[in-house]
Write a protein that binds this ligand. Structure first.
Ligand code: NAG
Ligand code: NAG
Length: 229
């Protein structure tokens, strides 16, 4: 319609058009309404290299509904961007990491990052295995173990006019609207333990290092002083 015609149209007609434009009509047609989703979560492997194993199940709803899992990764753990890029490239996963990840940094010098795991189309259930790693933690007085809380993931459904704005896919270009889906969590909050260095060992270690360093200096000096110039 031309702008001029629109301007000339009677007022009730204009209002109807405006109402049609702003009414959340499209969300009724969205395939992501009345989702019945459950998520099972397990954590595999020991030590610093772990794997999140998710099983996402849903009731009989439209297959066109696009889902994603958002995991807020705390500073005590990380997803390795190189490893994730490989998994994406091989088509095993579709994961977007938002934020820089320093894979070397210890926990107390790290910030967390957000990850979106885009769920491929599935009929009733789909399993997703996401490798992650634990960071070294700052040594404590008594050593022992540090705790790592694995945050509860959020399940998002692509849904027009919804509250959450998040990247549409792993290209991290355009933002889409997502709805935060409440799901049945068939797991408990997870707390992992990571071995922590013992601060009591530190004075000994530094004294030994210092002594070795001194011995090295003395040896070098003695060699230099006895070598004829
Ligand atoms: C959701 O699914 C579970 C099992 O698949 C079922 O027990 C439950 O009744 C369903 N809930 C709704 C609201 O459909
Ligand atoms: C989704 O809802 C849950 C429960 O209300 C909340 O804990 C979580 O932070 C929400 N996720 C997002 C991405 O808003």
């Amino acid at each position: 319609m031309h702008l001029k015609q629109f301007a000339l149209a009677p007022r009730p007609f204009q209002m109807l058009i405006i109402l049609l434009l702003i009414s959340p009509n499209s969300s009724k047609d969205s395939p992501c309404q009345s989702l019945n989703v459950s998520l099972t979560q397990k954590i595999d492997n020991e030590g610093f290299h772990r794997e999140l194993k998710w099983l996402l199940e849903r009731g009989p709803t439209s297959l066109q509904c696009k889902l994603a899992i958002r995991l807020d990764v705390g500073p005590e753990m990380y997803l390795n961007p190189d490893q994730i890029a490989d998994l994406n490239r091989l088509g095993h996963l579709s994961v977007l990491i938002v934020g820089d990840v320093d894979v070397e940094a210890p926990a107390h010098l790290s910030k967390g990052h957000i990850t979106y795991i885009y769920v491929p189309p599935f009929a009733e259930r789909v399993s997703l295995n996401v490798p992650f790693h634990l960071r070294y933690q700052r040594a404590q007085i008594s050593g022992g173990y540090g705790k790592v809380i694995v945050n509860k993931p959020s399940v998002l459904a692509l849904s027009p006019q919804s509250e959450i704005k998040a990247p549409c896919d792993i290209s991290n270009g355009v933002l889409c609207s997502w709805r935060n889906v409440s799901y049945q969590a068939l797991f408990d909050e997870v707390e992992l333990l990571v071995p922590v260095g013992d601060l009591d060992d530190y004075p000994l270690v530094s004294i030994v290092t210092l002594l070795l360093g001194c011995a090295g200096c003395i040896y070098t000096l003695s060699v230099l002083s006895t070598t004829p110039l």
